[in-house]
Design a binder for this molecule. Sequence first.
Ligand code: AMP
Length: 293
Amino acid sequence: MADLKERQEIKVAKTVKEVRHQVKIWKKEGKSVGLVPTMGFLHAGHGSLIKRAVAENDVVIVSDFVNPTQFGPNEDLESYPRDFEVDRKFCQELGAAMIFNPEPSEMYDNPKTYVNIEGLSDGLCGAKRPIHFKGVCTVVSKLFNITGAGRAYFGEKDAQQLAIIRKMVKDLNFDVEVVGCPIVREADGLAMSSRNTYLSGDERKAALCLSKSIAKGKEVIHKGMSTKQLISTMSQVIQGEPLAKIDYLEVVDGEMLKPVEIIHDPVLVAMAVYIGKTRLIDNFSWNPEEPEV
Ligand code: AMP
């Protein structure tokens, strides 16, 4: 089945109409549709989502869209890396059936309707990026409606995003199964990200302090430990790196993202760290019932 998928030329859709037309045909044929939402400049982290989607669905749509509504006024919308032709080939090789690459004007025509989530978007990345998750929820809702996908794949790398999408799907009764996929890392531990291309040689080395801090956190975390102690131990690793500056380093519950003081139940330990001007995120989840991480 995978071989057959690989041999077919990937369909490139630029409009909502083209996607809907093709999805109608697939659904008539009884095919299940998987969706992998991305902002393009694809790497092996995205690849892991696409591979899983291809294994679990008859056809897979990868959306490749740098979504303007999730960028704040002083963020990197203009400079965000893009290479559609490379992305198209990458998706083709992994067996995706369609890549959806709309222009911003195709997705947004003077919109007045947005999807906003309360509470879960206030802290962590939301604290410094107040409109980010409204943009994410809006575009993901639109992609669910456009593609009619039964399953959608998201990375645990963006743990707050994943928790928010799960809650949004529940609250708004989207008929979509949300599948979370593990973080894919470079050989030296750095979590893969399209934004890693912003790093200079020295910054690339310095960026290892995130995964080193996570390794340290996994080593010392135990049931009954105070969050304060864990944060202090993990922060020291990052503070030892002169090019790094912590934006946040927090321990929250993985579902509602509420701060935790003492570690008893499963937790999400999440961080954003500036390496020079580049803001990188990373995290790990820990369950006292399954402590080996
Ligand atoms: P992005 O293109 O950055 O918006 O990411 C698209 C999807 O790929 C999101 O669900 C991300 O969480 C996921 N993703 C990005 N980087 C990684 C990674 N290193 N490992 C796993 N998933 C990832």
